[in-house]
Design a binder for this molecule. Sequence first.
Ligand code: ZN
Length: 278
Amino acid sequence: MLRMHKQVVWLTAALMLGSCAARRPGAPLRPGFNLFSPEQDIQLGRDAAVEVRKQVEVVENTELQGYVSELGSRLSRTAEAGPYPYTFTLVNDPTLNAFALPGGPVFLHSGILAAVDNEAQLAGVLAHEISHVALRHGTNQASKANIAQLPAVLAGAAVGQESMAAQLAQLGIGVGFNSLLLKYSRDAERDADSLGTRLMSQARYNPIEMARFFEKLEGEGGSRAPDFLSSHPSPGNRVRNVEAEIQTLAATSYGDGSGRFARMKSLVVQLPPPRRKR
Ligand code: ZN
C-alpha cells in the first residue's frame, strides 16, 4: 500500500514537472486542454461581446475605430492568429486596459492609445490580446475549472431554449467583466507575450516595442499601476521573455506603420470624458 502510494506520488510529480516545464523560446505555441470546440469559442465570444457592449462606452468616431480595426486586422491576418473572426473595438475609458473574448472580439481602452509612444506599441497590446484568442486561454481556463455540468452543456445535452452563454452563466461562467474567461494564469500571459512577439514580427512591427511599452508602464508604476499590469507577470520578466523570443525570429526589416499614428493620438485626446461607469 505504502509502495503503491509512493509510485503515485512519483507519477504525479513527474506529470507536474512535465506540464510546468518552461517553454523554450521559439518552440511552437498551441492551445492547451479545452472542452469547448473552436466553434463554441466563437459562439460564446459573440454572446459575450453583446453583453460587454452594454457595459462599456464604445468610441463614436469612425476614423479612430477604423484605425484600430485596420491595425488589428493586419496582426490577425498572420497565420499563427488562427481562423477566428476577429473584431476590434475602441472603448472610451482612460484606464490602461485591453481584453479579448473567446473566438475573436478584442476591446481596447482609449487610455492605451493615449499612453503608447508609437504604432508598434499599440500593435503590441493588440497582438497580446489576439494571442489570448488564438491560444484559447479563456475557454481553457473555464475547462480547467472542473465544473461537473460543463461537458453536458457543451454537448448540447442540457435542455431548454437558453443560449449557451446563458447556460454557462448558470454554472458560474459569466461572460462579462471579472469573468473566469478573462482570468488567465501567469503562464498564459507569458505565452500571449511570446505569440504576440511573433505576430508583430509577421505583421512587420518591431516587437521590441512591446517590451518598451511594459518598461514605460513600469516606470509609471506605484499607486498608478494599471489594470493591464496587475494581472500580468512582472514587467522585467516580460521584457526578458519578449527579447528571448525575438532572438529566435528570422531577421526581418520592419515597416514604418500606417503613418496615421500622430493624427490618431490627436483624436484620442479630444474624446469626451466617458459618460457611463461600469
Ligand atoms: Zn493578457
